[in-house]
Design a protein around this ligand. Structure first.
Ligand code: ATP
Length: 437
């Protein structure tokens, strides 16, 4: 009978070695496949068949890059990191975060590949373990982090690596890039997910307030301290503390923070008892801490402590490829399950052109507003606020932009915050400081 080239050849019989490997892997809870050095999937365990095998298409005997990526070429030739290539070079395991096609649509998958050697030291097969990443979505989602652009994936891969450890994490990124959402995802992916996550906004706190908020105070410690109050460090016991805007911590408090991190102990204000803290630290800032250290505005020793694992969150302009995905997600959220909202291609193109100094928060606010005008459920260019006349530098949280802003900018506080590229929290605080609220 003539051979039909479109039908893949039946898989070759497995070697005894691979066969025993497969029966071993069948009892593993995590999805795993066995590959030959030529990218062919030789076998898959039960968990893989359950999670990834539901498309109805055969995968045994197929190339891994075709099944997982719908590519015609191995990942490294398609401009991606190929763990097989790397494992071959290293003669050891390699791990990478990829977006895979799955029966549920695109998903972030943490892929770990281990080479199997024969008695002569040659690689005969690879075992690939796949874990679906739950901290972010590669398709429109009703909540949490969404994204699939390379710059976002890089930050997500770092999150996946560090979350299970106890290392402090430093999130660096402009306002509205998702630092708080990332901090929540680190906590939720860590072994402390069952414990509390305590968010501390460092920017609004004076020195004395910072200390009593963080460490708590004894009864009578100062005027107004009518009762003993536990501090946030105590509230965060067995959980995570997120110090947002750590660059705003006053110098005198930085030394107390350092002592807390180094010794794991602290005292309530007005107290003598030494208390033991147990928390995981996540800090965030939009400020250049290294430059602040050079200027003597931030303690170097504290910087080294918190900077153990920095993650840079990309501004939206570096991940314009995610704008459609983010827009779909926010429109779902704006609709709140009531009616489907869509965006027309011109409006989407317009969103993709804008510079977004307020990043994802600004995009979200623009879409929330536009959704109120979209009577027929379709967002058009006319529903978007006017684009800024000149693409100026990213507005910073300095006083000058804000000084005139409340009287000149119409609209909601969230729109104003977005147009200034600062968080609503920061705006609220600054307006209050200026007596404009
Ligand atoms: N990857 C993302 N996917 C979906 N929503 C996001 C993402 N990143 C941020 N957001 C949304 O954008 C808004 C701003 O995010 P977030 O508050 O985490 O930013 P931030 O960097 O902490 O801002 P700031 O420094 O001003 O406090 C929130 O509404 C958040 O839900």
């Amino acid at each position: 009978m003539p051979i039909d080239p479109t039908i893949p050849a039946p898989p070759a019989p497995l070697s005894t070695q691979v066969q025993s490997l497969v029966s071993f892997l069948d009892h593993e809870a995590q999805p795993m496949i066995v590959l030959d050095p030529d990218y062919n999937i030789l076998a898959a365990n039960d968990a893989y068949r359950r999670q990834f095998g539901g498309t109805g298409k055969p995968f045994i005997g197929q190339k891994c890059y075709r099944v997982s990526h719908h590519y015609e070429l191995p990942c490294d030739q398609a401009g991606e990191h190929c763990p097989m290539k790397k494992a071959q070079e290293l003669r050891g395991p390699d791990r990478v975060l990829h977006i895979h096609h799955t029966p549920r649509g695109p998903e972030h998958v943490d892929v770990e590949l281990r080479p199997i050697f024969d008695e002569h030291g040659a690689i005969t097969a690879y075992v690939e373990r796949l874990s679906t990443v739950r901290s972010a979505s590669a398709r429109p989602s009703d909540d949490g982090l969404v994204g699939r652009a390379p710059a976002f994936n890089q930050a997500l891969a770092a999150l996946q690596r560090v979350a299970p450890s106890m290392l402090p994490v430093l999130l660096l990124g402009e306002s509205g890039t998702g630092k708080e959402l990332f901090a929540r995802a680190v906590h939720a992916t860590s072994g402390r997910a069952g414990g509390p996550l305590v968010v501390v906004d460092c920017s609004g706190l004076s020195e004395t307030l910072f200390e009593s908020e963080l460490f708590g105070h004894e009864k009578g410690a100062f005027t107004g301290a009518a009762t003993r109050k536990p501090g946030l460090v105590e509230t965060a016991q067995d959980g995570t503390i997120f110090l947002d805007e750590i660059g705003d911590v006053p110098l005198a408090m930085q030394v107390k923070l350092l002592r807390l991190i180094e010794t794991g102990t602290y005292r309530r204000v007005g107290g003598v008892e030494t208390l033991h803290a147990n928390f995981r630290l996540i800090a965030a800032t939009h400020k250049p801490l290294d430059a602040m250290v050079a200027r003597g505005e931030f303690r170097q020793d504290l910087y080294y402590r918190i900077n153990a694992f920095p993650i840079r969150l990309p501004p939206l302009r570096e991940r314009a490829g995610d704008i459609a995905l983010l827009a779909d997600s926010f429109l779902r959220r704006a609709a709140g399950g009531m009616r489907a909202l869509n965006i027309d291609p011109d409006a989407l193109a317009e969103l993709q052109r804008r510079p977004w100094p307020g990043n994802i928060r600004e995009l979200r606010n623009v879409l929330d507003r536009a959704s109120l005008f979209a009577d027929d459920g379709v967002i058009r260019v006319a529903h978007l606020p006017e684009a800024p006349a000149l693409p100026g530098p990213t507005p910073k949280t300095g006083g000058s932009a804000l000084d005139g802003a409340p009287s000149h900018v119409a609209g909601t506080r969230s729109e104003l915050a977005a147009s200034l590229g600062i968080s609503e929290r920061t705006l609220y605080r600054r307006l209050k400081q200026q007596g404009k609220r």
